[in-house]
Design a protein around this ligand. Structure first.
Ligand SMILES: [Zn+2]
Length: 141
């Protein structure tokens, strides 16, 4: 399979992923920068999306697999003690996520979630970001 990204972009992506001591949001931010996608952070929108890509009308959330119950993900396994507490807590997060996405959609935004575990595969996240932003671009050539 041909490499999707040229050499310098590839090394930017790899740097973004391997930079130490950064959380999932920072990784995602570095990816957006390496792809030269303009974004803003912490706009005043429902649910405070992590990234806003106005040109694509896209609100982006970076979700921790555990806190937002990533379906089928091993990182989302609940602790074996205090089960009732965790079930309630995580369930509350999920309900809130749904409400937020709904509110954003009603306000005319598209929404997307980048799961923390998927950031390990920077290429696939980068491709997805490019697809998401192309699809929503307002001014098509
Ligand atoms: Zn996950």
């Amino acid at each position: 399979m041909a490499d999707t990204f040229n050499k310098s972009r590839r090394s930017q992506i790899m740097r973004a992923v391997h930079s130490k001591g950064t959380g999932a949001e920072n990784k995602c931010e570095a990816l957006l920068r390496s792809l030269k996608l303009p974004f803003s952070r912490h706009a005043d929108l429902p649910g405070q999306p992590d990234f806003i890509l106005r040109a694509s009308n896209l609100a982006l959330f970076v979700h921790g697999c555990f806190w937002h119950a990533h379906k089928g993900c091993k990182n989302a396994a609940l602790p074996t003690s205090n089960v009732a507490y965790w079930v309630q807590k995580i369930d509350g997060n999920r309900r809130r996520d749904r409400r937020v996405r709904e509110a954003l959609r009603k306000a005319g935004w598209r929404t997307a979630v980048i799961w923390e575990c998927t950031l390990k595969n920077a290429d696939s996240v980068a491709s997805r970001l490019l697809k998401l932003t192309n699809r929503g671009r307002k001014n098509l050539r």
